[in-house]
Design a binder for this molecule. Structure first.
Ligand SMILES: *Cc1c(COP(=O)(O)O)cnc(C)c1O
Length: 375
């Protein structure tokens, strides 16, 4: 096969920064300091500065940042947290792991983020917080969320795991809520070479709580204040992430350019390209279209060397793991419809204009093929 375009290409990214990465790994190896330590402290400072928050705490992964943050807010058994039904499972499962229950909300049909107008119908006297997800790299409508949160006395938790560097009204995500969670899973816009996560906050008591919770309840060695977790970021990952953080703006800019090229070249096809909200800057963790004949198109692209993804084919209320919520098909019409139409096209900074031309030409050919696609 002539062309081979993956959904994400971590090897292409590594090629650009390999010397720097090897140098910092060596630096850590020589210190013999592998868990938390100076690299993690420095990265926390740099990441907090980047997001515009007072504090940042390195953690084992994004899921843990969500769960421990909610625990620090006192969320637990008997409580409910509003969150969109169309997200990666971690948004909801983090809520469940605290003992609380996710109160699932449908998304809007244009930005695919939580539909703020549908929040009220899911609010009960148990509702403690709202957790918008900045899905695919696009901030949720934080103005409307703040208004609703104020009206109903809710805490705000940002799931920013897909949106490192995105802004709403010029302000970085991660700085809007009581706290925010980031993931450094390798494929994210800022990805480690392993697992990693971060919690950002302006709240000193959340910050101090998380420092203890991530490390067996210790403030000082041998003294355990509470029974707690092991959710530490390691030094090698922090050193790698410090290098990559310096490239993030450049890489996000590239993603935006690629998105623009895709959107221009896909005009006129039976496809819906991403809609960016008025106050949002999108960082395109994923470039997600809605396509007629999605499954056939996906196969057609795969046969021609183009990998695609589905984020996500099964809304959370239809996952077996959440059968106990007793929700059914038809309860979330927008998310259910999207699940059958969405398609994630290849997206990473190192993608070339030629790659995108090939991908969009192939999509055009699919829709011109009357045998495959009938209007
Ligand atoms: C990746 C992701 C998470 C979880 O992050 P991990 O580091 O894999 O635990 C949470 N929420 C969303 C929306 C994500 O995309």
């Amino acid at each position: 096969m002539k062309h081979k375009i993956p959904l994400v290409d971590l090897k292409a990214q590594y090629k650009q920064i390999d010397k720097e990465i090897i140098a910092v790994i060596n630096r850590v190896l020589k210190t013999g300091d592998f868990i938390l330590g100076e690299e993690v402290t420095q990265f926390e400072k740099e990441f907090a500065l980047y997001c515009g928050t007072t504090y940042a705490v390195g953690l084992a992964n994004g899921l843990s940042a969500l769960e421990l943050g909610m625990r620090a807010l006192g969320i637990g058994t008997g409580d409910e947290v509003l969150t969109p039904v169309n997200s990666f499972i971690a948004s909801s499962s983090a809520i469940s792991f605290t003992g609380a229950t996710p109160a699932l909300v449908d998304c809007t049909s244009d930005t695919y983020t939580i539909d703020v107008n549908k929040i009220e119908q899911h609010i009960s006297d148990k509702t403690k917080a709202i957790m918008p997800v900045h899905l695919y790299g696009q901030p949720a409508d934080m103005d409307a969320i703040r208004k609703q949160a104020k009206k109903f006395g809710l805490r705000i938790i940002e799931d920013a795991c897909q949106a490192h560097g995105a802004t709403f009204n010029g302000k970085k995500v991660g700085s809007f809520g009581d706290f925010a969670a980031f993931s450094f899973y390798p494929g994210k816009n800022l990805g480690a070479y392993g697992d990693g996560g971060m919690l950002t906050t302006d709240d000193k008591s959340i910050y101090e709580n998380i420092l203890i919770m991530r490390n067996y309840g210790q403030k000082e060695k041998y003294v355990h204040h509470t029974l707690a977790w092991n959710s530490r970021l390691d030094s090698i990952q922090a050193a790698i992430l410090r290098v990559k953080l310096r490239y993030l703006e450049k890489w996000n800019k590239k993603r935006r350019q690629h998105a623009k090229q895709y959107t221009t070249l896909l005009a006129g096809l039976p496809i819906v390209t991403p809609h960016v909200g008025e106050y949002s800057s999108h960082v395109y963790h994923l470039y997600v279209i809605r396509a007629q004949g999605r499954d056939l198109l996906r196969q057609y692209l795969a046969d021609r060397g183009i990998a695609t993804g589905l984020h996500y084919p099964i809304p959370i209320h239809q996952q077996r793991a959440y059968a106990f919520l007793g929700l059914k098909k038809g309860d979330y019409p927008i998310a259910e419809k999207l699940a059958g139409e969405i398609l994630s096209l290849p997206m990473y900074a190192e993608l070339t204009e030629k790659n995108i031309e090939y991908i969009t030409d192939t999509i055009k050919k699919f829709y011109q093929n009357k045998k495959l696609y009938k209007t």
